[in-house]
Design a protein. Structure first.
Length: 130
């Protein structure tokens, strides 16, 4: 019923993506613990999940990326996959699969980018390996 992806757009020095909001805390909308370390993470820490293709079989786990948007930049750690191949189950908080161009970020990332709280949820950004 949903489009699924096994790849993401090519990565460059400034890869275009869409920033979304996620809670990585226990009981948050991220579902289970993060895939990279099987832990939950505070919304006050700059952490992200990447679409399946960019997550690349955990090759970016616990590595930092630089996210630029809204005229600012922030460094965040990759802790999870925003699954582009599966969804609509308990492990994915019954959400549909992610598109292939998502950087799913904690509240700390949104705050660091200076995005007004009323605008949290979706933002065109660029990212690169830090």
């Amino acid at each position: 019923m949903y489009t699924t992806y096994t790849c993401s757009p090519p990565i460059s020095g400034n890869t275009k993506a869409f920033l979304t909001l996620n809670s990585f805390e226990s009981g948050g909308d991220g579902g289970g613990p993060s895939e990279c370390d099987n832990q939950y993470h505070s919304d006050d820490k700059p952490v992200v999940a990447l679409s399946t293709g960019w997550f690349n079989h955990e090759s970016r786990c616990l590595k930092n990326i630089t996210i630029s948007g809204n005229g600012r930049s922030v460094v965040a750690m990759v802790v999870d996959e925003c699954d582009s191949t599966m969804g609509c189950d308990k492990d994915h908080d019954y959400q549909p699969p992610c598109p292939n161009n998502i950087v799913d970020a904690s509240q700390a990332v949104w705050k660091a980018l200076g995005v007004p709280h009323s605008d949290w949820g979706g933002l065109d950004i660029v990212w690169s390996d830090a």
